[in-house]
Each structure stands twice: as structure tokens, then as C-alpha cells.
Design a protein around this ligand. Structure first.
Ligand SMILES: Nc1ncnc2c1ncn2[C@@H]1O[C@H](COP(=O)(O)OP(=O)(O)O)[C@@H](O)[C@H]1O
Ligand SMILES: [Mg+2]
Length: 350
């Protein structure tokens, strides 16, 4: 089935609400799916398949970009890979590192070859460039992928011209934007509806105490928002790795100690807040003298989420005001509990 047929079926089944802006982009997905389905002509001089214009789908959060991309990938019969852009770049850096260690002069080449040998379509969720090491290699990497006939479909919150905005050495990055516009159809998903907000509206986001009921509620929230099992996601922050245990469609899930029980700091939480639209945080304990460092990190985490407008859904041992009542920094914690309260309101964030 082509994407528009899958979409129609899901609307008919009541799983999706019909949306004009989403419907408007389906012909692009159909076109790519149909092109990919054609057999590749392999002549004597085994050349790359004819170029197929990819799709750069951008727009505000919760509009259904990831959902549409998943729907497209699910209907493909050619080898394709759907991956979060951060995770993909992480792998690229590792592969380049290995190639260098083997003494390869131009390490991007074998890395691009390995990808184009294994897939015909790459589907990236949330393309964004925040890191100079990414910015400096994507141009040559994608040039080679496109030249080998790999079709790229991507979602992003930003229009191509705004990628890596204000980034260091941006002039070296700018040709990549031209390449994207050349090889992909740029389409804005301008739906008026934020479906994620809709799914969150009216539902509880703070569960206390941490009991069976709270766990079930957290699992239900994950099921409603993430639309899938999710996979671990490793983010690279200032030379070290930040592991998010579960991530899918902009929704992250971690336990309190995964994030606040390790030596992580503001940069990590900012990166997390930038990457996730919603964080599901399980098992926030009562905080006090014995876990002062964890409490401090929790304050930093909440500040980062608050600033970025990331929604927080959590299970906690007590109400916000009762989480941290004794020990150093209880005064500062008042801001955190107040923010936790504010972040519970239905219209907060997003
Ligand atoms: N037409 C629709 N009807 C019902 N739910 C939708 C529709 N479009 C998207 N959703 C749901 O809304 C949530 C947000 O969609 P998502 O694709 O993750 O948005 P984006 O990637 O644009 O931020 C997901 O849970 C998704 O399944
Ligand atoms: Mg998304």
C-alpha cells in the first residue's frame, strides 16, 4: 500500500483524524514510495539508480511529521532505515573514527559506501544540526549518499535555511543547505492542530506516590505519546555520551537515577530538553540531605526542561512541595516545586 492508502485506512479505522495539511503532503510520500518500488535497472556499467527527490518535511511540534514518516517507512518494500538524526550522526562519527584508525585517507567515503550498499532510503526523524563536528561532515557525507542514489526523507522543526543557525563557521555549512534543497522537496506541514498537545490535554502528568497505579499511568502515557517501543538514544554532549534509555517520536523516558544519579550537568539537561518534546521521568524519590547532589541535578534538569518548554510527566514519591523539605537548598527548591506545579497545567509548554 502506498502512504495515502495507509493513511486513509487509518482514518477510516478511527486511529487518525483527517487533517488537510497532512493529506496535502501524502502525494509526495506516494511519489517517493512509487519511485522506490520500481526495479532498479542495472546495466553493464552498473550505475547508480536514477535520482529520486527526497522529502524534507518541517513544521511545528505535534503536527504529525514523525507519524507520517513512520507510516511511509512501514509501507516500503525496499531496504530502508528509520533513525533519529542524532543517533545516526553518532554512528557516523564512530564509523569515521574506525576508518581513520584503519589508516583510511578519506574516511567519509567507506562510511557512505557502507550505507548506500545496505539501504535505498534513509528516513531521519528530527534533523537538526547543533554541533560543529556534525556541521562539518554532513555536506560531504550527503553528497556521496545522494550520488549513490540513496533517497532521504527527513522531519525537522526548522526550515532548511535555519539549520545550524548562528553556528560556528556556518559559511562552511551553507552549501549543505543548497544540497538539501536541490535533492529534496521542502514541504511545510502547516497543520493548525498540535495532536500531541491534544493527547496531553486533560490528562494527569504528575503521579504520586510511586505505586502500581502510578506505574500503569506512566506506561499508558508512554503508549499514548510515543507510538512504539522506543529505543535507547545516545546524545553526544561536550565529548561524553548521554544515554536516554528510551526514546521515540520526540518522547523520552528515563528513571530519576538515570538522569540525576549520574555525573551529568546543565549541558546534558539542555541537550535532553532540546531533543525531547516530552520527558517521562519515573520514580522521583523524596530528596534531602542524603541525596543532596541528586536534588541539585534535579533542580538543573527542571530548569532546563522549563526553559525549553519540554513537557514533563513524572511519578514521584510526594507532591512537588513535599519532595525536598529538609537540607541545604530547600529555599532554592521552592522555585523548582513551583515550576513543577506550573508545568502541570494543561496549556503549559509545547
Ligand atoms: N491526524 C492525526 N490524528 C490523530 N493523532 C495524530 C494525527 N497526527 C498525529 N497524531 C498523533 O499526535 C502525536 C504527535 O505526532 P508526531 O508525528 O509525533 O508529531 P511531530 O513529529 O510533528 O512533532 C503522535 O502521537 C501522533 O500519533
Ligand atoms: Mg516528531
Amino acid at each position: 500500500m502506498v502512504p495515502s492508502e495507509i493513511y486513509t485506512a487509518r482514518v477510516a479505522a478511527g486511529e487518525l483524524k483527517p487533517d488537510d495539511a497532512q493529506t496535502a503532503v501524502l502525494p509526495e510520500f506516494d511519489r517517493i514510495a512509487n519511485e522506490l518500488a520500481k526495479p532498479v535497472k542495472r546495466g553493464f556499467f552498473r550505475r547508480a539508480p536514477d535520482p529520486i527527490q527526497g522529502l524534507y518535511l518541517w513544521g511545528g511540534v505535534g503536527r504529525g511529521k514523525s507519524m507520517l514518516m513512520d507510516l511511509f517507512v512501514s509501507g516500503l518494500s525496499v531496504p530502508a532505515r528509520r533513525v533519529h538524526f542524532h543517533a545516526f550522526m553518532q554512528e557516523i562519527h564512530e564509523a569515521i573514527h574506525e576508518a581513520r584508525a584503519r589508516g583510511v585517507d578519506d574516511p567519509i567515503k567507506p562510511v557512505a559506501d557502507a550505507i548506500s550498499d545496505s539501504v535505498r532510503c534513509l528516513a531521519f526523524d528530527e534533523m537538526q544540526i547543533t554541533d560543529i563536528t556534525d556541521a562539518m561532515i554532513v555536506g560531504r557525507l550527503f553528497e556521496q549518499l545522494f550520488a549513490a542514489g540513496v533517497v532521504v526523507v527527513t522531519t525537522s522543526n526548522r526550515v532548511p535555511d535555519d539549520l545550524y543557525k548562528h553556528g560556528l563557521n556556518r559559511d562552511l555549512f551553507v552549501p549543505f543547505i543548497g544540497l538539501l534543497k536541490d535533492k529534496m522537496v521542502v514541504h511545510e506541514l502547516a497543520s493548525p492542530t498540535d495532536y500531541r498537545q491534544d493527547r496531553l490535554a486533560g490528562s494527569d502528568v504528575y503521579f504520586t506516590p510511586v505505586d502500581q497505579k502510578a506505574r500503569a499511568a506512566m506506561d499508558a502515557a508512554w503508549a499514548a505519546l510515543a507510538d512504539g517501543d522506543g529505543a535507547p538514544l545516545t546524545l553526544r554532549v561536550k565529548g561524553h555520551d548521554l544515554l536516554i534509555p528510551r526514546f521515540h517520536n520526540g518522547v523520552a523516558r528515563a528513571k530519576f537515577f538515570d538522569l540525576c544519579g549520574k555525573h551529568l550537568g546543565a549541558a546534558d539537561y539542555l541537550m535532553l530538553a532540546e531533543t525531547a518534546k516530552v520527558l517521562l521521568l519515573d520514580d522521583v524519590p523524596r530528596l534531602g540531605r542524603s541525596n543532596f547532589n541528586e536534588a541539585k541535578r534535579f533542580v538543573t534538569l527542571i530548569d532546563a526542561l522549563y526553559e525549553a518548554g519540554t513537557r514533563l510527566i513524572c511519578s514521584a514519591a510526594a507532591a512537588p512541595e513535599l519532595l525536598y523539605v529538609e537540607g541545604e537548598g530547600t529555599f532554592e527548591f521552592e522555585r523548582t516545586s513551583s515550576r513543577l506545579r506550573e508545568m502541570q497545567s494543561a496549556d503549559w509548554g509545547l
